[in-house]
Design a protein around this ligand. Structure first.
Ligand SMILES: [Zn+2]
Ligand SMILES: [Zn+2]
Length: 321
């Protein structure tokens, strides 16, 4: 028997409903504007903003919504059972003969109320898809539009840069907390680790960003690694889009970028120890062979500012083409 129980889904104050990715390694919870969910999203295909998994539109209930629905259907069934119970007893009491007396007073009714399923408190970040206009809200980073699957590389890159900047700017507070938890030495190591990780993250986000931007208006095959060397990336844009990095950055800034790209490279592949190849590629005058590069917060913030400037230029030139 299939029963259809009407369940009303209401949105939060901003008009959004909660959704959850059905992919078992993801289970990312996000929000979609209820009007867009109804009018834009197709039954066949919804994209997870975090992992990109696609599934039918009825697969995106959150755990909380499933719980509420279970409760609603249980109380609905109880109500139905009670109703038929009442009916049959009434019939029996009418048909009682002189040997059997059945008296039945209907008990307290279990009433079924169509509980609206409430939503979680409104979230901060609201995203409007530049392609289809679907409105999404997430905590953290979203890569794909739930409706059309569009990956907004500009927005994702900006968000990563902002997140890294905030993280770097809160290092002092973080250090205090970590010192209390783990002691001075461990805290210092952890903070140092975070600074180096930020450097790596900025550069790998930029490489990905530069490659995707490049691919927007040019069919030439490129890889993220092509944007790991400042001169090479600049050359690629100059040849194919007419403008190179020197259009947006001073020569000092381009040199700084080159050094930081190389520092990231030895941090990743040589545990930060300066070698011959590093000195040749970076032209870094600050170190000799065998030393370990020092990665400071100010260095990374300066890199972040330079990369931000460069990425704005790249975005612009790709848009204009
Ligand atoms: Zn997912
Ligand atoms: Zn979209």
């Amino acid at each position: 028997m299939i029963m259809e129980i009407p369940i009303e889904i209401i949105s939060d104050e901003k008009g959004y409903i909660d959704r959850e990715c059905p992919h078992e390694e993801c289970e990312f919870v996000f929000k979609v504007h209820i009007e867009d969910w109804k009018s834009k999203i197709t039954e066949e295909r919804v994209h997870c903003p975090r992992c990109g998994h696609t599934d039918l539109s009825d697969q995106w209930w959150t755990q909380q919504q499933i719980e509420s629905m279970k409760e609603i259907s249980m109380s609905w069934m109880k109500n139905q059972i009670q109703k038929s119970f009442d009916k049959s007893f009434k019939k029996m009491s009418h048909s009682s003969n002189k040997y059997i007396k059945i008296k039945y007073k209907p008990g307290k009714k279990i009433t079924f109320e169509n509980n609206p399923i409430g939503q979680q408190e409104k979230w901060e970040l609201e995203i409007v898809c530049e392609k289809c206009g679907t409105r999404t809200s997430v905590i953290g980073t979203a890569f794909f539009c739930p409706c059309c699957g569009n990956n907004a590389i500009d927005r994702v890159f900006d968000e990563s840069m902002n997140r890294i900047k905030e993280q770097l700017n809160s290092l002092n507070e973080m250090q205090e907390v970590l010192e209390e938890m783990f002691g001075k030495d461990t805290a210092k190591n952890m903070i140092q680790n975070m600074i180096e990780t930020s450097l790596k993250e900025i550069i790998s986000a930029f490489q990905k960003f530069a490659m995707e931007c490049f691919n927007k208006g040019c069919t030439k095959k490129v890889r993220p690694n092509d944007f790991q060397i400042a001169d090479k990336g600049s050359e690629l844009f100059k040849k194919n889009y007419g403008l190179g990095y020197d259009e947006w950055l001073t020569s000092e800034e381009i040199d700084y970028l080159g050094v930081m790209f190389q520092r990231r490279h030895i941090l990743e592949h040589n545990n930060g120890i300066v070698d011959d190849k590093y000195l040749r590629n970076s032209k870094d005058k600050a170190y000799n062979i065998g030393q370990r590069v020092v990665c400071k917060k100010d260095h990374v913030l300066r890199l972040l500012a330079t990369i931000t400037k460069l990425s704005e230029g790249i975005s612009e030139v790709v848009r204009m083409k």
